[in-house]
Design a protein around this ligand. Sequence first.
Ligand SMILES: [Zn+2]
Ligand SMILES: [Zn+2]
Length: 177
Amino acid sequence: MMKQIVDIITKLLFSGKDRAFPVPVAKVPAAPKKASPLVSEKDGYFVWDKGVVAPLSPHFSTREMTCRCKINTCKEQRISKDLIARLEKVRQDLGEPMITTSAFRCTEYQAQLRASGVNTVVAKKSTHELGNAVDVVPKSGMSDKFEPICAKYFESIGLSTKFLHLDLRPGFKRWKY
Ligand SMILES: [Zn+2]
Ligand SMILES: [Zn+2]
């Protein structure tokens, strides 16, 4: 008796066009999410190729840390992980977004800036070339409270009326542009 009922139900359910509902399709489990393969980490630096857009931290991405040049040999980009971590703290204390006006610079771009007189650091390799510096301004513009906040996390600060240069060199340093 039981078998007969089961047979009838099975026939009703799976007999071609009279099928009561579509036969379920087995779901393929989604592939596990991997970290972005476009940004790698090397000796304390984030490294990526120019053109790659990926987050580096909650508030900063490769886009704003990439070299601003238009030189076609400019490929590999780098920025210090420590620098990004400190910037996040500044961002948190500031309570508003910051605009990065310059971050990593390739050697060729740095040479162009030196030649044009924009950047007068000649003898030493610029901290921007090393991926150890960033020029930033609060989104709402420069204010007196910006430098003291940055000074909590950066010892080396270049002062401009348009931005602050922050880099990882130890020891209290202040200079004007
Ligand atoms: Zn460049
Ligand atoms: Zn700078």
